[in-house]
Write a protein that binds this ligand. Structure first.
Ligand code: SAM
Length: 257
């Protein structure tokens, strides 16, 4: 794979100038801004969830088997419904620039790119090499490109994207609030943001079990108000939340300044 692959050059043009060094590797078919030894500090022990996200085995079965099963159980929604909802929440159309943070094997990135036209581009961003290898193999396209990096330090200038999403991943991150700040930073005024993450559930008697089970495998559980409060605190408007079993969908608009 080389830098001449569709999407790679379009995505390179979106990188913050400080990232435009020769050390950005494209050998995997994606731009790797962590290639120069800039990976975030590693904890001494990784959780089960962390190890799973960095395993070739999960990356291989994720889109077709693991995700439909696990997320339909968690949400009661099919993947098709989630995808259509994502397009609606992000107000996607035309020549927009879209950032899919923690894109995994690109299972949403490619779908979102098909709603774009002209110079529109969807950038899938993830930290896991196995996931990105699958993304390049299974979900490349004329308006898709992939970047490897850490969501806590997005390699894009302020106000770069018309839409930013992060599905099924905030609960895996050691500092999800820095990642949220970064997503808001790179979102352009008037742009849309959509998050899907964990929810402690409506049944208070079950919350200790939800938290204990999630904690065992290394997942954070968010309360009902946490993400809406972060969005409101960041000055976002039109904040809307949908609760589904142990999952929440939150979307909002970054106001014109
Ligand atoms: C369960 S997958 C979600 C994939 C896809 N967004 C979906 O909804 O099906 C979670 C992804 O989050 C990624 N991830 C976790 N921490 C990350 C970080 N700090 N920066 C970027 N990606 C991260 C993992 O590598 C993994 O691919």
């Amino acid at each position: 794979m080389t830098a001449s692959m569709p999407g790679v050059e379009a995505v390179r043009a979106l990188l913050h100038p400080a990232q435009l060094r020769e050390t950005v590797s494209t050998s995997g078919g994606y731009l790797d801004v962590l290639a120069a030894g800039e990976a975030p500090a590693e904890p001494e022990r990784h959780s089960f969830a962390y190890n799973a996200m960095h395993s070739q085995a999960l990356a291989t079965v994720y889109e077709r088997a693991w995700r439909p099963l696990a997320f339909t159980l968690a949400t009661g929604l099919t993947t098709s419904t989630e995808r259509r909802n994502a397009v609606a929440d992000l107000h996607l159309s035309g020549e927009q620039r879209v950032l899919d943070v923690a894109c995994g094997p690109g299972n949403f990135t490619h779908y979102l790119s098909e709603r774009l036209s002209g110079d529109g581009v969807a950038v899938g961003f993830d930290i896991s090499k196995p996931m990105l290898r699958r993304a390049v193999a299974d979900n490349s396209g004329a308006r898709v490109g992939y970047v490897r990096g850490d969501a806590g330090r997005l390699p894009f200038a302020d106000n770069t994207f018309d839409a930013v999403c992060c599905f099924g991943a905030l609960y895996l991150m050691p500092d999800p609030f820095t990642a949220l700040d970064e997503m808001v930073r790179v979102l352009a005024p008037g742009g849309r943001i959509a998050i899907m993450t964990s929810y402690q559930g409506d049944v208070s008697a079950l919350r200790p079990a939800v938290r204990a089970g999630s904690g065992l495998i290394g997942l954070r559980v968010f309360g009902r108000d946490t993400i809406p409060d972060v969005f409101a605190g960041a000055g976002l408007t039109d904040v809307e939340q949908r609760l589904r079993r142990v999952v929440q969908y939150v979307n909002a608009t970054k106001p014109q300044s």
